[in-house]
Design a protein around this ligand. Structure first.
Ligand SMILES: [Zn+2]
Length: 175
């Protein structure tokens, strides 16, 4: 996990939740606790889901079960030239954020690539040892203007609140 990431609390939007307990982050404003599993902080808004994910309990409901299952994810073989070309023009500070990292095909696209995925299972299976966040695209737990490049492949069509996801991507992207 990249400890320099400017994480924000999905519960109260406090920038930089950095009160680390042994295996979790605690927000110094609202005291919400965010478990860390195999170096991936679970920065989801729903406390019940956070708790159950961290303890490995089964989750009910189709969309919720998705958190524990990445079998539907498309295998993507290699980065598209257009993406690499766009990345080469990125400037400024902050990491390269991938929204919906799935099977981790793009993990080596940049040295400071940060994977974000709703599925903790996908992160654990495909991005072990990599910098990653278990979070939703419509509530990205990073400070505004903190990423120099953001990309997403075969993800946005799966997000119910696409408009909100675009707003979040726009917010975290450095001007
Ligand atoms: Zn908070």
């Amino acid at each position: 996990m990249n400890h320099k990431l400017p994480l924000i609390c999905p519960n109260c939007s406090l920038v930089r939740i950095e009160v680390p307990l042994d295996e979790s982050l605690v927000c110094s404003r609202c005291s919400a606790t965010f478990p860390i599993v195999e170096s991936f902080p679970i920065l989801l808004e729903d406390k019940t889901i956070r708790t159950n994910l961290a303890s490995g309990n089964e989750l009910d409901g189709a969309r919720v079960a998705f958190y524990q299952n990445d079998e539907g994810y498309m295998p993507i073989s290699e980065p598209q030239p257009l993406l690499l070309s766009a990345l080469s023009f990125s400037a400024g500070e902050g990491p390269v954020l991938e929204v919906g990292s799935g099977r981790g095909a793009f993990r080596n696209i940049a040295g400071d690539h940060v994977a974000l995925d709703l599925s903790l299972a996908a992160l654990r299976r495909n991005l072990a040892g990599h910098s990653g966040l278990c979070a939703s695209a419509d509530l990205i737990p990073l400070a505004s203007a903190s990423c120099r490049f953001v990309f997403s492949v075969q993800t946005l069509e799966h997000i119910p609140s696409t408009d909100r996801a675009f707003e979040e991507i726009d917010r975290v992207l450095a001007p």
